[in-house]
Design a protein around this ligand. Structure first.
Ligand code: ZN
Length: 91
């Protein structure tokens, strides 16, 4: 019996279209690549969108390097490389 909040050891936790912290190494690489990809909609600070884009941390969440604001989720598409396909379609 599983529910949407259960987690298989070592598997990324994705629920309701969101990848939830703590992020795996693979998710972290994908998210950070997205953040510097030139996307018009990078994940930004919840306190001030003029701060640097959020940085994903392995075993953690997203963090703002300017004010330490944290966010414990990211859109699933940013965490599994599917953002690359979306960008190619949009280009
Ligand atoms: Zn900030």
């Amino acid at each position: 019996m599983t529910d949407r909040f259960s987690r298989v050891q070592g598997e990324p936790f994705v629920a309701a279209g969101m990848a939830l912290a703590p992020f795996t190494a693979a998710q972290t690489v994908s998210i950070n690549a997205f953040q510097v990809s030139g996307s018009p909609n990078p994940l930004t600070c919840g306190n001030d969108t003029r701060h640097h884009v959020l940085v994903a941390e392995i075993g953690g969440g997203l963090r703002c390097i300017d004010c330490d604001h944290t966010q414990n989720f990211a859109p699933a598409a940013t965490a599994d490389w599917s953002w690359r396909v979306a960008q190619r379609v949009a280009a």
